[in-house]
Design a protein around this ligand. Structure first.
Ligand SMILES: [Fe+2]
Length: 268
């Protein structure tokens, strides 16, 4: 799966990574997995499979141990790739240390000419569930109205729709209705990307694809009533954003990357 832009030179190649859950000590393990090693293996695969990447989007939970050194190491590693990269916090992140944190509620907008990616912060300090502040939603509404000639992708950390997994659905984005109330007014939103659920999924609503992506770390068992790990490989999502407003997307998992998870862990 080597992707190129040969047939559509103004198209864009985007990679979504999510839920790296990095520790303060890069050699340490959590549930018998080294998140650093798993993250680096994912990035190595991305670089091997893609000859050109316009941006890497991280949809949150950069850190499992949210300390300045964890984030600094992430930033140092990503900067060396020489690929534009962007991130939003997840419930495990601490916005006191989160890279480039600003009290300004304005979402980050990734400008890719005809395509734009709006990154919304859905993390609530001290909570596992998600909520998008009204100031961000007001900004989003105005921005969508002002940019009707663009193709738009939104990104946030939390899942807007239920995953039919009782434990994880307690930790859903709790004001999805406020978001969809805005989205239903517009025709130029193509997809919403998120992490948090550590599994691949596709939900379609109002002609918009809602897409979740595997973690670069450990995976959660789909449709499980109680917390449960899934023994499938870490991965990432690529998106080929075409100049006609269509897009193709696929999840890629690492081949032959065996992880023995400590299943005794029973909480999140
Ligand atoms: Fe996570």
């Amino acid at each position: 799966m080597i992707t190129t832009k040969d047939s559509d030179p103004s198209s864009k190649i985007i990679i979504q990574i999510t839920d790296t859950h990095l520790l303060a000590d890069p050699d340490a393990e959590f549930v018998q997995i080294n998140p650093e090693r798993s993250f680096h293996a994912v990035i190595a695969d991305i670089l091997e499979q893609h000859t050109h990447i316009d941006a890497i989007i991280h949809t949150g939970d950069l850190a499992q141990v949210a300390r300045p050194e964890t984030y600094q190491r992430y930033l140092d590693y990503m900067t060396k790739l020489n690929i534009p990269f962007f991130h939003i916090p997840g419930n495990h992140d601490d916005i006191r240390y989160f890279p480039f944190h600003t009290p300004d509620p304005k979402p980050t907008v990734v400008d890719l000419d005809q395509w734009q990616i709006v990154m919304l912060n859905s993390a609530v300090q001290g909570k596992v569930h998600g909520w998008i502040q009204s100031e961000q939603l007001e900004y989003l509404d105005q921005w969508l109205n002002d940019n009707r000639d663009k193709h738009v992708i939104l990104a946030c950390h939390h899942h807007p729709f239920a995953m039919r997994s009782k434990w994880i659905d307690q930790h859903i984005l709790k004001n999805t209705h406020d978001l969809t109330h805005i989205l239903e007014k517009y025709q130029h939103i193509k997809a919403v990307l998120f992490g948090h659920v550590h599994q691949e999924s596709l939900n379609q609503w109002n002609h918009i694809d809602f897409l979740s992506t595997p973690s670069t770390f450990a995976q959660f068992k789909p449709q499980s009533e109680n917390f449960a790990f899934d023994e499938v490989a870490p991965g990432y999502r690529y998106l080929h954003l075409k100049s006609d407003g269509q897009f193709e997307t696929k999840v890629k998992r690492l081949k032959g990357f065996f992880q023995k998870i400590n299943k005794e862990i029973s909480g999140y």
